[in-house]
Design a protein around this ligand. Structure first.
Ligand code: PEP
Ligand code: MN
Length: 352
């Protein structure tokens, strides 16, 4: 149920409306816009049957939300959500007018390679750095990531470059450690429906990058976001990274339509991972252009200083010069979509 208030509603009236809803055991969520405020009711709606919501002072209208996702639904928020990442020394945001590009290697392989990659992608226009510490690999014999050592490297390179960092968390037991060492926590495609992990991420004070599961529907992706939000963390960025179809020419099939559908269904920002979608460095730029044209709020792109020698996902990793070319070409697509590409804050002295 959502309650839209009159434009001249007072704080006391809002408090009273919330008290009445909460008195029957439901929770409320407030979304304030410039001209109106939405009060979202969360819980069993039948509990509200006896509450004369329409006649409470300050109420303009009362509408049921039929979607199974409430907090994530478009109706629940007045404006689109802007998710801010990082602190004073390293910042990025998703969902505002500018498109944010995250770039970096699939896995953190050493301090030197992460530092080199970070400087190059930053110079090309990326404002956030990625790098896997714990890797979900299909084979238990494949490189699994440097773990805690990679987390320490991410912290060091963040300090060197001023780029906020995102890295994957695979297990509830890693949540505190990964949150301590990163600015944003990534839930990988294979963990999109790890409900214990999602609930745990609801309790941390860090934005979450939630990747769509390999075989997940858009509704399931939104329900996964709802898990995080219902547990208290509203800073969720959704990521379309390709889904499994009968097509074998590409690693996955980038579901371009998911972008406008998600923008219709939710107020959360939506970004695209063209690297895992196509699984091929030659496909990254065209898929990135298509994503921006379709309305994506950002990109996450794998870049490796020497893709041939990468310990994971070398085939789909761009070498830094190819990334720089793509970034230059991206401006025209952003402009055509009425957007711009977000720019980095001045670099700390070490990088400048
Ligand atoms: C990754 O980002 O390196 C990754 C493993 O992505 P996904 O979970 O989308 O496969
Ligand atoms: Mn990867």
């Amino acid at each position: 149920m959502i309650i839209i208030t009159r434009h001249n509603v007072t704080d006391a009236e809002i408090d009273h409306i919330r008290e009445r809803i909460e008195s029957v055991g439901m929770r409320t969520h407030l979304s304030r816009g410039e001209h109106r405020t939405i009060i979202g009711c969360i819980g069993d709606e039948s509990l509200l049957q006896e509450v004369p919501l329409r006649s409470l002072p300050g109420v303009e209208s009362v509408t049921p939300v039929l979607k199974p996702y409430k907090l994530a639904s478009r109706e629940f928020a007045v404006d689109r959500t802007v998710v801010r990442v990082g602190g004073r020394d390293a910042q990025a945001s998703f969902g505002g007018p500018a498109i944010t590009v995250i770039a970096g290697p699939c896995s953190v392989e050493s301090h030197e390679m992460l530092s080199t990659t970070a400087r190059l992608v930053r110079a090309a226009g990326a404002t956030m750095l990625r790098g896997g510490a714990y890797k979900p690999r299909s084979s238990p014999y494949a490189f699994q990531g440097l773990g805690a050592e990679a987390l320490r490297i991410l912290v060091d390179v963040r300090a060197e470059t001023g780029m906020p960092v995102v890295t994957e968390v695979m297990d509830t037991r890693q949540v505190d450690l990964v949150a301590e060492h990163s600015d944003m926590l990534q839930v990988g495609a294979r963990n999109m429906q790890n409900f214990a992990l999602l609930a745990e991420l609801g309790r941390v004070r860090r934005p979450v990058l939630l990747k769509r599961g390999l075989s997940a529907t858009i509704k399931e992706l939104l329900m996964a976001a709802e898990y995080i939000m219902a547990n208290g963390n509203h800073d969720v960025v959704l990521c379309e990274r390709g889904i499994r179809t009968y097509e074998t020419a590409t690693r996955n099939t980038l579901d371009i339509a998911a972008i406008p559908v998600l923008k219709r269904e939710t107020h959360l920002p939506v970004i695209v991972d063209p690297s895992h979608a196509g699984g091929d460095a030659a496909l990254v730029a065209p898929l990135a252009f298509a994503a921006i044209a379709a309305g994506a709020d950002g990109l996450i792109v794998e870049v490796h200083p020497d893709p041939e020698c990468a310990l994971s996902d070398g085939d789909q990793s761009l070498a830094p010069p190819a990334f720089a070319t793509m970034m230059q070409q991206l401006h025209a697509f952003a402009a055509a979509a009425g957007r711009s590409i977000s720019v980095a804050a001045p670099a700390p002295r070490a990088v400048a």
